[in-house]
Design a protein around this ligand. Structure first.
Ligand code: CA
Length: 219
């Protein structure tokens, strides 16, 4: 899952990027409203964590513009403004959730899982596709009789494949969805992750379509 964080406070931004990466999210961080809008035009992110007090274009204006463009990306507002009027305005403009700073990190992660699974039409934090299941909370995966805990990047990759089950995803698409802007991607990184997942879950957990990419089948 790749997130966009729009936060102009450097200390909060750095702490959040680190915490979210530890939780296996790919995170790109921008520090102004206009940069957030520009980044979202690329359509690479699955959720937006949005501070309200941002330079250039404030968070509520970002949200309004996104929804005017019919961009349905899940948005969680993170802000120090705790007055009820601003909260109502944020939710009415199309935010999916609202957390007041200082917030508790495990709560943010739980709310993030909640908005992401609503977006994916999932009813719990366990993704299921065919014989595969993947717990977004514990990063435990099961395929047939095999159960294993995945590393952060293995989790991120399998989640991307499961969310697009039945579709072949190429190496470049997987790299784009699994890694953030500032991360170095080794040329064989995806193969390495696929190898690791297959070793834990069995070869047929992920299908290789020669020359095209990889997929998780729906059945
Ligand atoms: Ca701010």
């Amino acid at each position: 899952m790749r997130l966009l964080l729009a936060e102009d406070d450097v200390m909060i931004g750095e702490a959040l990027v680190m915490a979210l990466r530890d939780a296996a999210y790919r995170v790109d961080w921008v520090q102004s409203g206009s940069a957030a809008l520009l980044a979202l035009e690329l359509g690479q992110h699955q959720a937006l964590l949005l501070d309200l007090g941002l330079p250039e274009c404030d968070g509520l204006a970002v949200l309004q513009q996104l929804r005017n463009l019919a961009n349905a990306i899940p948005v969680i507002i993170l802000t120090a403004r705790d007055d009820v009027a601003t909260r109502i305005q944020g939710l009415d403009l199309g935010a999916d959730d609202y957390l007041v700073k200082p917030f508790n990190l495990p709560e943010l992660l739980a709310r993030l899982r909640a908005v992401l699974r609503r977006q994916g039409g999932q009813v719990s934090s366990v993704y299921r596709v065919g014989q595969l299941s993947l717990d977004a909370h514990t990063h435990e995966a099961t395929f047939a009789e095999n159960t294993a805990r995945l590393s952060a990047k293995e989790f991120a990759l399998l989640q991307v494949l499961m969310l697009s089950s039945g579709q072949i995803l190429s190496r470049s698409v997987l790299e784009e969805r699994v890694y953030g802007w500032n991360e170095e991607v080794e040329s064989n990184a995806i193969d390495f992750l696929i190898h690791g997942i297959r070793k834990k879950l069995g070869n047929s957990a992920i299908k290789n379509i020669r020359g095209a990419g990889w997929m998780v089948s729906k059945t």
